[in-house]
Design a protein around this ligand. Structure first.
Ligand SMILES: Cc1cc2nc3c(=O)[nH]c(=O)nc-3n(C[C@H](O)[C@H](O)[C@H](O)COP(=O)(O)O)c2cc1C
Length: 216
C-alpha cells in the first residue's frame, strides 16, 4: 500500500521549504539520509538511461575547497550533506547496452522483443543528438533528480538549497572527475535550517495560478 500524504500535508511541506541560506550543525539521522539517497537513485529519466552520478561530499576538507568556487556560500561547508550532480559527458551505445542488459536480466525479458526499444534509445540519444545536445539532455535529467531530492527532503522536514552558484569546471577538477566521463552541473546542500536564517521568514514570491497554469 502506497501511503499518501493528504493534499494539505503536501502543501504544508512545499510551503515550509525554502532555499536555506544558513544551516546549523545538526546531522541528518542515517535513516533519513538513506531515504533521500534512494530518492536520487529512484529518479526517473528519459528512456530510463540515468546519465548521472551523485557525489555525496562527506570530507570537510573537500567541502572547504569547494566553498571558494561556490561564491563562498556557507551552505557548502555547513549543511549536513552536500550532493554534487554530475552528468555523463557523452552518451554512448555502451551506456544504452548496459541499461538494456540490466533491464533484460531483471525483467527476464526476451532481448529480441525489446530490440526496437534499444534501437529507439540509440536513435534518440546516441546517434540522434550531437555532443552538445547530449550534454544538454543529460543536464535536464539531472535537474529532475535535483527536484525530486528537494521535494522528498521537504516531505521529511529536511531543508535544502539548490546551488547553481558554483563553478562546475572547478568542481569537476577538485573532485577528480576529469577523464571519468562525468562532469559537474549543479549541487544541493541538505540539512537543517539555522534558527537565525532570516530567509525562512520571507514571503514566497510566486506568480499567481492564473499566470502559470493554463486550462486548455
Ligand atoms: C537550480 C537552482 C539553483 C539555485 N542556486 C542557488 C544558489 O546557488 N544559491 C542560493 O542561495 N540559492 C539558489 N537557488 C535558490 C533560488 O533562488 C530559490 O529557490 C528561489 O528564489 C525561490 O525561493 P524558495 O526556494 O525559497 O521558494 C537555486 C534554486 C534552483 C532551483
Amino acid at each position: 500500500m502506497n501511503a499518501a500524504l493528504t493534499p494539505a500535508q503536501l502543501l504544508t511541506s512545499l510551503e515550509w521549504r525554502y532555499a536555506t541560506k544558513a544551516f546549523d550543525t545538526r546531522k541528518l539521522p542515517d535513516a533519513t539520509w538513506a531515504a533521500l539517497e534512494e530518492s536520487l537513485r529512484l529518479t526517473p529519466s528519459s528512456f530510463g538511461l540515468q546519465p548521472w552520478k551523485f557525489l555525496v561530499i562527506a570530507d570537510p576538507a573537500v567541502r572547504a575547497k569547494l566553498r571558494p568556487v561556490s561564491w563562498n556560500q556557507t551552505q557548502v561547508t555547513d549543511a549536513s550533506h552536500l550532493v554534487v550532480f554530475a552528468r555523463r559527458t557523452e552518451v554512448t551505445e555502451q551506456d544504452v547496452n548496459e541499461f538494456f542488459q540490466q533491464m533484460v536480466a531483471e525483467r527476464q525479458a526476451d532481448p529480441a522483443a525489446l530490440e526496437p526499444y534499444r534501437q529507439m534509445m540509440i536513435g534518440g540519444v546516441v546517434k540522434g543528438k550531437d555532443p552538445a545536445a547530449q550534454k544538454e539532455w543529460a543536464a535536464r535529467q539531472l535537474y529532475i533528480a535535483l527536484g525530486q531530492l528537494m521535494g522528498a527532503a521537504a516531505a521529511l522536514a529536511v531543508d535544502t538549497c539548490a546551488l547553481e552558484g558554483i563553478d562546475p569546471a572547478a568542481y569537476t577538477e577538485i573532485l577528480g572527475l576529469q577523464g571519468t566521463g562525468y562532469e559537474v552541473v549543479v549541487a544541493c546542500a541538505v540539512g537543517y535550517r539555522s534558527g537565525a536564517d532570516k530567509y525562512a521568514q520571507l514571503k514566497k514570491i510566486r506568480y499567481p495560478k492564473a499566470r502559470v497554469i493554463a486550462q486548455v
